[in-house]
Write a protein that binds this ligand. Structure first.
Ligand SMILES: [Zn+2]
Length: 61
């Protein structure tokens, strides 16, 4: 029983960290729709193919 709980805990931690990483990546980066390269969210143009990453070109701040 204890082993099953340990396995469950390990799966939860692994799954949780994977989700967290995915969420973090989603939050911090924008994936280019043309070439699929990850770009920092503050960028307006892709560093790979220079295509526009966002619809609005205005910077918020
Ligand atoms: Zn690109």
């Amino acid at each position: 029983m204890e082993t099953a709980l340990n396995v469950l805990l390990a799966v939860l931690i692994l799954g949780g960290s994977a989700l967290l990483t995915q969420w973090f990546t989603h939050f911090m980066y924008i994936r280019c729709r043309r070439c699929g390269m990850l770009n920092a969210r503050r960028r307006t143009h892709c560093r790979g193919c220079s295509s526009l990453l966002r619809e609005d070109t205005r910077e918020a701040g």
